[in-house]
Structure formats: C-alpha cells, structure tokens
Design a protein around this ligand. Structure first.
Ligand code: GLP
Length: 259
C-alpha cells in the first residue's frame, strides 16, 4: 500500500484522474471500476477536463459501478446511475453499452447479483478500481459486520452511511433507501490495481484503520492491506487528523511525497 498526501481534495481528485488517464493511454480497453459519492466528483471533473483536452480516451474502455440503491425507479435522479451519467458519462466518450451497473429494481435481486458477478468475470475482471471510503470504513457498500461477503450481494445500509447519502435525498435520512446492491469483497480484491481516495476530516479515523489497523470485518477497507497494488490518495485534512489524534504514523505503508 502506498499513500500519497495532497494539499487539497481537488488535488487528490486530480491525482487519481491522472492515474486513470495514464492507464487508459497504456490500456485503451481498460476495465475501470467506479465509485460514486462526493469524493469522486473531483476525479470525474478532472477526467472530463482531460478528455476535453484529448488526454483521456474512453472509446474502448468499459466501466463497472460498484453499487446501487435498491428500489429507485428507472431514471431516478437520486440513483447512482443518474449520478454517473451527469458527472462522467455525458462528458466523455464512453460507449453506452460499455457502462455497467447493478439494477436495483430487478425483480429477482439474487439473480441480478449473479449476473453482475458473471459480467465482471466475462470482462476479464477489473483492471483499475477507483474506490471511495465510508466514514465507517466501508468500501462500495460492504458495511462493517461480523462477516463480509465475497460475491455481489444485497446490503443493509448502516445509519452513518444513510446519513452520508442524505444530501441526495433532500437531506432526509428517512428517504435514503435502507438497502443496496454492492460488488463483494472478492471482485474488489480481485482488481489488478486499486486507487482509493479519501478526503476531509470525517474520513481520518477510517483512513487510519485502513492503513494501520488490524485487518477486521469491522473495517472492511482494512482488507486492502492484503492487496499487492493499492494506492491511497488523501488530503491534508484526512491525513492531518490521523496524526493529530496521536493515532501514530502508520509504519507499514510507504508514504509518498506530497503533491
Ligand atoms: C458511498 C458509496 C461508496 C463511496 C462512499 C464515500 O456510500 N457507496 O462507494 O465511496 O460512500 O462517499 P463520499 O465520497 O460521499 O464520502
């Protein structure tokens, strides 16, 4: 695991976008795993800019989104699909049939999960997976629990997660769906390379647990310590808090130069 500390959240987003753009140049048929959430907005803004400048060509790439709420209507502006459409897909040259989602309205959700796992396998797995980080250490919607799930599955959302997503639902936690479909830990840890971005003070505790805590299902992101190719990109706010709280400077991960 390597850690890169950027001065701002925007700089962290630019750094992650530059990694994606570089990988697209090397591997035009890239299979790219994507998160949603506020953190990802800076990444997608920069990818749109890079695309406009001819520095990011998505024409042969595939994307696979990590998760989706259960029960929202098709085209619901609060869905992750709508978020991706507005934040990235309408701004770059991805082919429509190359953007892959879980369908949270499927009649048979179990079947939908199996379809998604087959889809990932059929694309040859994920080459590069971008991840955000939940305040409680979740990745995708793999929430802290006594046991984690390897395959794509139906997840019950933690209250802190529903609170973090309330903005999309008019600020009302009660309006946030209680369940979602999410990629499981196997597909996440099976990605050939992972770039996780976490910014802001609220993520400090989860960042520390991820990079220097014990590997535990209570902090799903801690399992990334087992992966051979993970880059963690943080900003001063999330990293500074880690140090300020005297939680100690993590010893295992390699700290990269500040950008
Ligand atoms: C959401 C998503 C995750 C995302 C995380 C962080 O609930 N399911 O994929 O990475 O929480 O979101 P944010 O960037 O808004 O803090």
């Amino acid at each position: 695991m390597t850690i890169q500390v950027c001065s701002t959240a925007e700089a962290a987003g630019r750094r992650a976008a530059a990694i994606v753009a570089g990988q697209l140049r090397r591997t035009p048929r890239l299979v790219l795993g994507l998160p949603t959430g506020r953190t990802s907005e800076a990444i997608y803004d920069e990818l749109a800019r890079l695309h406009a400048r001819g520095r990011a060509d998505f024409s042969k790439a595939h994307t696979i989104n990590l998760d989706e709420f259960i029960g929202l209507q098709a085209g619901d502006p609060r869905s992750f699909r709508a978020f991706m459409q507005a934040r990235l897909f309408e701004r770059v040259n991805l082919r429509r049939g190359h953007t892959h989602f879980l369908n949270g309205r499927a009649r048979d959700l179990e079947r939908e999960c199996r379809r998604f796992d087959r889809l990932i396998a059929g694309l040859g797995g994920i080459d590069l997976l971008l991840l955000g980080l939940g305040e409680n250490g979740h990745i995708g919607f793999n929430e802290p629990a006594g046991a984690l799930c390897a395959v794509t599955h139906r997840a019950r959302l933690a209250t802190v997660t529903r609170r973090a997503n309330a903005d999309r639902f008019g600020g009302r936690i009660a309006a946030v769906p209680r369940e979602a479909l999410t990629m499981g830990m196997a597909a996440i840890l099976g990605a050939r390379a992972i770039v996780l971005v976490a910014t802001g003070r609220s993520k400090a505790r989860a960042v520390h647990a991820m990079v220097a805590g014990k590997i535990t299902t209570a902090q799903p992101a801690s399992f990334l310590q087992l992966h051979p190719n993970v880059r963690v990109i943080v900003d001063d706010k999330s990293w500074g808090q880690v140090l300020d709280r005297s939680l100690g400077r993590p010893s295992q991960p390699r700290l990269r130069s500040k950008t």
